[in-house]
Design a protein around this ligand. Structure first.
Ligand code: GLA
Length: 386
């Protein structure tokens, strides 16, 4: 972390030729359980991870915004009053989309000071760990401070989601930005995506001698195209046909009736969301009453539901999950939006290296690309660094 901070300060200085006014950081996230429930006004249980995006920001007096990063050669420059979903594209849509979205939430983009931003990150891109929400949350924190907007963290999460939805063009929910902004060390964020009330739930991995392994398949995906939006549309169709405001209003007891009303595909999409909401509640209860060793079956069941009912898994994710389950994991599931990205395994620390070797072997045997496996630790949310 301190390395990235040093790199960001140096990168800022070299590019813009002056000292930044401050530095901010925000983490990526892992969703422990509660997948495709956020945009159905359901429950999620993500945690912030010890991989962060760091930004340095300096103020300008001319109403111009410039953004640059260690992962793109170009410096993108725009007049802030001209920011709009139409004028932004590429990677700059994430940081500058947030500036635009703050305008939608009360910042006066005609009068706010301009800024220069430099960004670096060790959140892997395309791994399903919300590298984009990390950028959005860090920029939202920074601009909230320097523009003196006094918005609270849930509002900043909504700002990041607005940028993602309207500027990046991905119809995603509120989970990722909420995890990045509200996360706390060793804990998960239990979020009700209808009321936006959240509670911090102790994960207790350390005391139980458990670790959380990321198994990144290397298969990249985009939620701005394809399957993600299709799944969301199926859920909305299911809610309309069941005559409820959202699938949050359907319970496990309602499923037999839903089966009579819905076509088979829509029913299975609905069944995933409804049972997944229940699994989040069950996971929170198990964590509080018994600790993390008790949540394995719920993680496994979540994966099966995504594979069979929601149909968002891919062979690489299934293989990672099955290999983990066969090599000592307490539980395993794909995490994030699906169609690529990462799976997670909760495993005793003594069994970790055996599992990592097994995953590499299984992927090689199936002719899949080399996966990347690494442990993440539940960490604190977005913060000011200097
Ligand atoms: C992506 C989206 C989230 C959420 C998950 C699926 O990560 O950004 O809003 O919908 O997929 O749970």
């Amino acid at each position: 972390m301190s390395d990235i901070r040093d790199d960001v300060r140096a990168g800022f200085n070299e590019l813009y030729g002056y000292e930044p006014a401050g530095m901010w950081s925000a983490p990526g996230r892992v969703n422990l359980i509660g997948e495709h429930t956020d945009y159905n006004e359901g429950f999620v249980l993500p945690f912030a991870i010890n991989r962060r995006t760091v930004i340095a920001l300096g103020l300008r007096e001319d109403g111009i915004a410039r953004v640059a990063s260690s992962f793109a050669d170009e410096v993108v420059e725009i007049t802030i009053s001209e920011l709009s979903p139409e004028t932004l594209n590429g990677w700059a849509a994430y940081p500058l989309g947030v500036a635009w979205a703050l305008g939608q939430r009360g910042a006066d983009l005609a009068t706010v000071p301009g800024f220069d931003i430099f960004i670096d990150s060790d959140v892997p891109v395309g791994a399903g760990l919300s590298s984009s929400a990390a950028i959005e949350s860090a920029v939202a924190m920074a601009l909230n401070d320097v523009w003196r907007l006094r918005l609270d963290r849930p509002t900043l999460a909504a700002v990041g989601q607005l940028a993602e939805n309207k500027v990046v063009g991905a119809p995603t929910g509120i989970m990722d930005q909420s995890a990045s902004l509200l996360g706390q060390k060793d804990s998960a964020v239990f979020l009700d995506c209808r009321s936006l009330d959240s509670e911090i739930v102790d994960l207790g991995f350390g005391a139980a001698e458990l670790v959380l392994l990321i198994m990144d398949t290397g298969v990249t995906h985009s939620h701005a195209t394809g399957g993600y939006a299709e799944r969301r549309a199926s859920c909305e169709l299911g809610a309309r046909m069941l005559e409820v405001e959202s699938l949050r209003d359907v319970t496990v007891d309602d499923l037999p009736r839903a089966r009579n009303i819905l076509d088979d595909t829509t029913f299975r999409r609905v069944r995933h969301v409804v049972t997944e909401n229940q699994r989040v509640l069950d996971t929170v209860r198990a964590l509080r009453e018994q600790g993390p060793a008790a949540i394995g079956d719920l993680l496994d069941a979540s994966h099966l539901s995504m594979r069979n009912d929601f149909e968002i898994s891919i062979p690489e994710l299934d293989l990672a999950v099955e290999t983990a389950q066969a090599n000592g994991a307490i539980g395993a599931r794909m995490t994030g939006g699906g169609f690529g990205g990462s799976a997670i395994a909760l495993i005793h620390r003594d069994d970790l290296s055996r599992l990592q070797v097994a995953i590499d072997g299984a992927f090689a045997e199936h002719g899949f690309g080399q996966p990347d496996t690494f442990v993440v630790v539940p960490a604190h949310g977005a913060s000011r660094e200097s």
